[in-house]
Every structure is written in C-alpha cells, then in structure tokens.
Design a protein around this ligand. Sequence first.
Ligand SMILES: *Cc1c(COP(=O)(O)O)cnc(C)c1O
Length: 224
Amino acid sequence: MDLKVNLLQVLKSLPEIVKLVAVSKTHPVEDILELYDAGQRVFGENRVQEFIEKYPKLPTDIEWHFIGHLQTNKVKQIVPLVHTIHSVDSFKLLKEIDKEAAKVQRCISCLFEFHIADEDSKFGLNLNSASEFLSSPEYFALKNVQIIGVMGMATFTDDHNQVRIEFRKLRSIFDSLRQAFFVSDKRFKEISMGMTLDYPIAIEEGSTMVRIGSAIFGERTSIR
Ligand SMILES: *Cc1c(COP(=O)(O)O)cnc(C)c1O
C-alpha cells in the first residue's frame, strides 16, 4: 500500500481550513517517516507508552497531538513532547497538564472532550460541568494551558443520521462555550471531530480538525 497516495487522497477531500491529524497509533515509525517525507507534520497518538517510544526516533518538528484517554499520573511524561491534547475529559487532568507544563515552561493547547455518543464507554465532559469550571477562579489561575476548542467521538454505527446528530451536538456545545466564555479569545476555534469512517459527515457539520488513521495507514491489526 502506498501511504503517500492515501495521504494525498485524504488531503484532497478536506476543505483547506480543516487540519489533518494523521493518527499513527499502532503503526511503525517507518510509516510515519514516509508520510513526513510527503510533507505531513501533524500526527496523533493515543497511548503514552507507545508515543514516548516513537518520539525520539522521529524528526523534532513533528507537531504531536495526543488523542487518547490520559491518566493524570502519565501527564508528566508527555507534556514536554506534545503540542496539543484533544482528550481533556476532567478538570483534574487539565490542572495537572498546567502544573507539568509550567515546570518545563511550555503552554499546551488543549481541547475539552465531550461525551456525545450513545455509548457508555467513551470518556467526556458535559456542557454544564465545562461551563462551571470555565467560570471558576481555578480556571483563571491556569497559565500554561490554552483551551482551543472541543473534541468528540460519534457512536460507532452505520446510522449516518445518528452520527450527524451527535456531531451537530458537539458543534452546538462549541457555539455555546464560545459565546459564553471565549468571545474575545480567537484561539478558541477548533472542533475536533471525524475519523476514517465518519469524517465527511463531520466536515459537513463544521469540523475544523479531523483525526484520521486507517484511511491513511491502513487497517490496524489490533482494535484500538
Ligand atoms: C484511533 C482514533 C482515531 C482514528 O481512527 P480511524 O478510524 O483509524 O481513522 C481518531 N480519534 C481517536 C480518539 C482515536 O483513538
């Protein structure tokens, strides 16, 4: 399989304003390098251990996005390496990211992950808890994280209409938060939604970042 051809095909299908996060989880550094040579600079990983093993073997100008569930006790390991964290699903986690980022004098771009799917297993916040936190003095005290938007995963289903409704829900959460908390903050502009099977719908519903693995790298041999 020609990864560059896959990459170009995906890029061709994206509007210019939509950023592609090439999800490289489970795939070897050789494959990532092949896409790097084709010009791709933004890659996504979802496991801390796998990410920190790959990181030193790859060019330093890669913009790494962490997209998987992150335990607070592992934040320290990735904060020096990562550019954006899509999966902030608790305030405890956000505060930990801020604390570790301060130690290494970095500012990490973060997205709040919302639970939009009709599945219990997915992590995520709801609008009320996010609003409460964004109004709190604790939030204002954070100096080394920048909230740039929201992220969500739709239910894994063939029902396109359900997927569309869930993406629309994320879009409306984004609009509400922007209106209430970020009117004067132009950096809050990202809606991270859409994977290999559902990204065309996500784009129609206003996605600005798609996280695409299989369509570029091929099927994963493990289910994660
Ligand atoms: C694996 C993964 C993706 C990419 O999935 P594909 O179906 O291979 O495109 C996107 N987002 C998250 C959070 C993932 O874990």
